[in-house]
Design a protein around this ligand. Structure first.
Ligand SMILES: [Zn+2]
Length: 185
């Protein structure tokens, strides 16, 4: 049985990572193993509890920086949008700017503009040709826990399909038992 307790932080995951090719772009040159932090947040009534697990994964020199670059969740996007929105409001109030659109919709117009800027920024952050992700190419999607908080099932997502199948092959026993789910996205 796969028993994971979150006592050590970050806790190393008991999986085998194929080390021949980069888990982001698939290149086989200058590949080094990097300890990647995989985080999952469990939302409770008042805030969230974060668990960090660690997995060694191979990265080429070019995309090492993506190893621990976390995805921005919906909540942080909203926070960035609101910060931008309030800066615009302050600017409108203190500069006394006069634009017909702003006079008609002094709150809605800057809010929609902030939303468009933030959404546009994240939409433009697409990976290049060989790169499969600008963020972590392997990340934690889901973790199933017992009442004590021990993790009994894990689901990992891979942006590199080839690496995902290599990883599945290397950890066949855990996958067959249903302890580990691997998804290529
Ligand atoms: Zn690479």
């Amino acid at each position: 049985m796969f028993v994971f307790s979150g006592n050590s932080n970050p806790a190393p995951l008991p999986f085998q990572s194929p080390s021949q090719s980069c888990c982001n772009c698939g290149a086989a040159r200058q590949v080094t193993m990097i300890g990647v932090n995989l985080k999952i947040t469990r939302y409770l009534l008042l805030g969230g509890a974060e668990t960090t697990m660690q997995l060694n994964l191979p990265f080429c020199a070019r995309f090492q920086a993506t190893a621990n670059r976390m995805r921005q969740g919906l909540f942080s996007r909203l926070l960035i949008t609101l910060m931008l929105f309030f800066s615009m409001l302050m600017w409108i109030v203190f500069s006394g700017v006069k634009m017909s659109l702003l006079n008609k919709h002094p709150v809605l117009a800057p809010f929609l503009l902030s939303l468009a800027i933030v959404q546009g920024y994240f939409a433009l952050r697409r990976p290049g040709a060989v790169q499969t992700s600008v963020y972590q190419p392997v990340y934690l999607h889901n973790a199933e826990r017992t009442m004590d908080g021990e993790i009994v099932r894990l689901s990992l997502r891979f942006t590199n399909k080839v690496y995902a199948s290599k990883f599945r092959e290397a950890n066949k026993a855990s996958c067959d038992e249903g302890l580990l789910t691997i998804e290529a996205v």
